[in-house]
Design a protein around this ligand. Structure first.
Ligand code: PLP
Length: 366
């Protein structure tokens, strides 16, 4: 028998979450953001759940090829655009739309030979200060692009730095509106947090396209202020394993490397076949929630490479083979949001999804 750890991608949950994005921005089109191999889910595995989107947005040209290989004929957008001039050949061949965020990318387009002009998304740096033209340079970039025979339609986009937090989006929306005033073209501003928090009430945030990533994968972008239950989102990735050992601790006994946990009373603990080499974060410590047979309990001690240890106090009948849910959907309708594990590790759900280790076999639930 193989080691009992397994990940499961939930197709219906992906479709449900995508519908939540649509409901938040009913008059906008939806990019399903599938960068980073669909946030660790695997593009091919996520595709059946996300194919109701209006387009797929990603960064990597090889991933764009994979989306086309799945038979997707609709829009595909390269969120960082081309990395060098010859990437434009693939854009022409696969009909990829691409972001233009710097003058070099316009230079490459100007010398590109193509039969069909390209659809581009001109990116404004409205305050994030990562990619994009400054407000002062934006119009000149638009004018240059609009003069190229290689360019067909120009859309306008920007990206928020604080849509999930207290600072919010006001300032960036104002900068975007001022920079785009009078320019034609479709608009795209909102990531998951902006889609959930602001798009329902604000048409200028919805624009023509929203770009939800993390919400589609069942993580609340503004956790812990709001949870997936608050946003009616469902986990799309489950990490589960089984108990492979049980120990009965006496008062004073310690657990695991560094002896960071000490029992102060007799305590039954379970050993789970899951460790940091599976992508479970090593920064989690005693108290991190875990489901054993669908019942919530806590991890105790340190995360090892291949094992963690859990408190079996609420589960007197648990033993070798009992199912353990590290995050996602557990037995008997139980749910453990990935956001809670991420919080225990001082990180975000995004990182845990993307860090799922290659040695974990992944199944579909449909
Ligand atoms: C990753 C990304 C998104 C999606 O962000 P989420 O927070 O996962 O919704 C949207 N737009 C751009 C440009 C991105 O890089």
């Amino acid at each position: 028998m193989p080691r009992p750890i397994q990940a499961v991608v939930h197709t219906e949950a992906l479709a449900h979450n995508l519908r939540r994005a649509r409901a938040a921005a009913p008059d906008a089109k939806v990019w399903a953001v599938v960068k980073a191999n669909a946030y660790g889910h695997g593009i091919e595995r996520a595709y059946p759940g996300l194919q109701g989107a209006d387009g797929f947005a990603l960064l990597d040209l090889a991933e764009a090829e994979r989306v086309r290989s799945l038979g997707w004929r609709g829009p595909v957008l390269l969120l960082e655009g081309c990395f060098e001039a010859r990437d434009l050949e693939l854009c022409s061949r696969l009909n990829l739309w691409h972001v233009v965020h710097c003058d070099e990318q316009i230079d490459w387009l100007a010398t590109h030979k193509t039969t069909w002009p390209h659809r581009v998304f001109l990116k404004l740096n409205s305050g994030m200060n990562r990619l994009g033209f400054t407000p002062a340079a934006f119009r000149a970039a638009w004018m240059r692009l609009s003069g190229l025979t290689q360019v067909d339609e120009i859309s306008l986009m920007t990206h928020f730095s604080d849509a999930d937090g207290d600072r919010g989006i006001e300032q960036q929306v104002a900068v975007f509106e001022a920079a785009c005033e009078g320019l034609p073209g479709e608009r795209s501003l909102a990531n998951s947090a902006a889609t959930l928090r602001f798009a329902p009430t604000r048409p200028e945030v919805r624009g023509d396209w929203v770009r939800p990533g993390i919400l589609s994968y069942g993580s609340a972008p503004d956790f812990p202020a709001r949870s997936i239950a608050d946003w009616d989102l469902q986990p799309t990735l489950t990490l589960r394993s089984r108990l492979i050992g049980v120990q009965l601790l006496q008062p004073g006994d310690t657990v695991g490397y560094g002896s960071t946990f000490r029992a102060d009373a007799p305590l039954r603990i379970g050993i789970v076949a899951c460790g940091y080499a599976d992508g479970y974060p090593r920064h989690c410590s005693t108290g991190t929630p875990v489901l054993v047979d669908g019942v919530r309990t806590r991890m105790v001690g340190r995360v090892s490479m291949d094992m963690i240890t859990v408190d079996l106090t609420p589960l007197p009948h648990a033993g070798i083979g009992t199912e353990v849910t590290l995050w996602g959907h557990g037995p008997h309708g139980s749910v453990l949001p990935i956001d809670e594990i991420a919080q225990s590790a001082g990180t975000v759900g995004y990182e845990l999804m993307c860090a799922l280790a290659p040695r974990v076999p992944v199944a579909h639930d449909h």
